[in-house]
Design a protein around this ligand. Structure first.
Ligand code: HEM
Length: 427
């Protein structure tokens, strides 16, 4: 991206930025850690690490109300005054994606988090990890038998979908139909429909029927699974959550952990397929896979950005931000900020304090599925590495080194490959 006008590219619609968004982010950061985006958009982007972290931890100043809606759609009200907290609360329901906890602020958000925390108990995760092992081993064995595997469609996506279906307690016989419903619709942050925001409504329609049935059934005859915990969850005042609230929560958990985890797994497989030394190292020292994943999250995390609305007049990185300013917190930009990371664009295994990266966000909205995502990717990499002598990118599909053809999902939010063909040699 050497041309001087590159900075004027529109991050929300430009397909050229998909292959290497990082050079463009470096240019944005070079102008300051907090800066207005191109002249067409009334949006401020935060690319500095300290500044992005400061935004994410201060929910009173930076509202999450546009976290799902994104920053490109107009606000449903005209901001008035130095503090628009009350206006945001009054108009919350008018934002795209306002049904999901990603967009909640304050006490309402904490209450939903408490319900969801019941899903991710250590004993649940342990049982789920045993399922992951069996599934990952079977998928790796089948991929090796095929010789060449399209690892996004044949491994990553079905794997993460089946894992979360198992965690939630979705019956085996429904998993295929549920999987098909997940694949409908554009990705969040679609470049071809940037103003649409990430509404859960279509997905809730597609999947809601399943979950309504499970929840009604669990209320009538409780069992020891996650769906029973959800079905019997109560508000802080002791009242049961409505079926609609529960469907939205379950659908959101299902959706939030889909593309993100599958794409991170794809990004990690691509890196290893292209870096034989690291592949061999991890095959010999599987204990290092955890640190490998953290560095992949920093360098190639699957969520490039999230969004906040300035609720109270403030200043950040030397820039005045009046209430009503729409912010993009660039997780990918922060994770390569040279003020925080030495040699930020280099892959370094065992970087000091690597877990401080922002790939899962920070503060009250920090990804609740982070332990699950880490476990999913670790288990699949362990099985793939153990079952193979080597795997490499398919030149027939992606071209030779130096002239690779790799297509990324056309989304300004998600970072990940659409397809990834890998040639596998069994151990
Ligand atoms: C590599 C995979 C993943 C990445 C990169 C990722 C990234 C993120 C990020 C950056 C946020 C914070 C957004 C914000 O502050 O606006 C978030 C929130 C969330 N994630 Fe993930 N996620 C991943 C996997 C998962 C999985 C597997 C699940 C569920 C099982 C999940 C469920 C959630 C939920 C429920 C929230 C909302 C939390 C809240 O608003 O309080 N994520 N995720």
């Amino acid at each position: 991206m050497g041309d001087q006008t590159a900075i004027e590219r529109d991050f929300f619609t430009d397909h050229e930025l998909l292959r290497d968004p990082y050079g463009w982010l470096d240019q944005m950061r070079a102008r300051g850690p907090v800066g207005r985006m191109d002249s067409r958009r009334d949006v401020v982007m935060v690319t500095g690490f300290a500044e992005a972290a400061a935004v994410l931890v201060d929910g009173a100043t930076f509202s999450a109300v546009i976290s799902a809606a994104g920053p490109t759609a107009p606000l449903p009200f005209t901001p008035a005054g130095a503090d628009i907290t009350a206006q945001i609360a009054e108009n919350h329901h008018r934002f795209v994606g306002s049904e999901s906890l990603l967009s909640y602020d304050g006490a309402r958000h904490s209450a939903s988090r408490m319900v969801l925390n019941r899903l991710f108990t250590p004993s649940r995760l342990k049982a789920n990890e045993e399922y992951m092992h069996r599934l990952a081993d079977r998928m790796a064995t089948e991929a090796i038998a095929r010789g060449t595997s399209e690892t996004i469609g044949e491994i990553a996506t079905p794997y993460v979908t089946l894992v979360i279906a198992d965690l939630l307690g979705v019956p085996e016989e429904d998993r295929e139909a549920l999987f098909a419903s997940v694949l409908t619709g554009p990705p969040p942050g679609s470049l071809d429909n940037a103003d649409a925001g990430a509404s859960l409504a279509p997905l809730a329609r597609a999947m809601g029927g399943f979950f309504a049935g499970y929840i009604t059934e669990r209320r009538a005859s409780p069992r020891g699974d996650v769906l029973t915990d959800l079905a019997t969850a109560t508000h802080p005042d002791g009242s049961l959550l409505s079926i609609e609230e529960l469907i939205i929560l379950a659908v959101f958990v299902f959706a939030a952990g889909q593309d993100t985890s599958a794409k991170l797994l794809g990004n990690a497989i691509r890196y290893l397929a292209e870096n034989r030394d690291m592949q061999d190292h991890l095959r010999a020292c599987p204990a290092d896979i955890g640190d490998f994943i953290e560095e992949m999250l920093r360098l190639e995390g699957s969520s490039k950005v999230t969004h906040r609305l300035v609720a109270k007049d403030t200043e950040l990185g030397g820039v005045a931000l009046p209430a009503g300013t729409k912010l993009v917190a660039s997780l990918a930009g922060a994770n390569r900020d040279p003020a925080r990371w030495d040699d930020p664009n280099a892959f370094v295994l065992h970087r000091p304090r690597i877990r401080e990266h922002l790939a899962f966000g920070r503060g009250a909205h920090t990804c609740i599925g982070a332990p699950l995502a880490r476990a999913e990717v670790r288990v699949m990499l362990e099985r793939l590495l153990a079952r193979t002598a080597n795997f490499a990118l398919s030149e027939a599909h992606h071209g030779p080194p130096g002239a690779r053809r790799l297509d990324y999902e056309p989304s300004y939010i998600i970072r990940g490959l659409e397809k990834l063909y890998v040639e596998m040699q069994g151990a």
